[in-house]
Design a binder for this molecule. Structure first.
Ligand code: DQA
Length: 141
């Protein structure tokens, strides 16, 4: 199974950025642990702070990969382009968030992309990504 994890803006700062909300481990360290823990999954990881680069990546993998686990960061709440890109591809996308966006400011309660995703996992720290992996492995998306 080929799974791509995509992180959007500011998520390159995980470990340094607001650790009280996002934790103190870097995504790279967490990603390495996933690669070791799930040897049968062919993982790839992409991060960008640039909206169009995220759209390009969805187009690139979105017709033959098995799944995309996508934390679009603040673009979740603002980007029609990303929502449209998810609607336009075949590969199923699971939206994830580290924090519980519904326990935070009202502007984080709206996701423009959610209706085009298979589901949403929010609020479990970095474990949100692993729960999404398990959803891809255990359900027929
Ligand atoms: C986030 C939540 C977003 O509201 C925020 O803009 C982020 C991170 C999360 O993972 O909790 O950058 O997607």
């Amino acid at each position: 199974m080929k799974l791509l994890i995509v992180n959007g803006p500011n998520l390159n700062l995980l470990g340094k950025r607001e650790p009280g909300i996002y934790g103190s481990s870097s995504f790279e360290a967490f990603f390495s642990s996933l690669v070791s823990k799930y040897p049968l999954v062919d993982f790839s990881y992409f991060q960008s702070n640039v909206e169009g680069e995220l759209v390009n990546k969805l187009h690139e993998v979105g017709f033959d990969w098995d799944g995309i686990i996508f934390n679009a960061g603040a673009y979740t709440h603002t980007s029609i382009a990303i929502a449209d890109a998810i609607a336009g591809i075949k590969t199923p996308v699971i939206e994830v968030h580290i924090s519980n966006v519904y326990a935070r400011e009202a502007f984080r309660h709206k996701s423009l992309m959610a209706k085009n995703c298979k589901g949403i996992i929010t609020g479990f720290g970095l474990q949100s990504y692993e729960l999404a992996i398990q959803a891809f492995l255990s359900t027929n998306l």
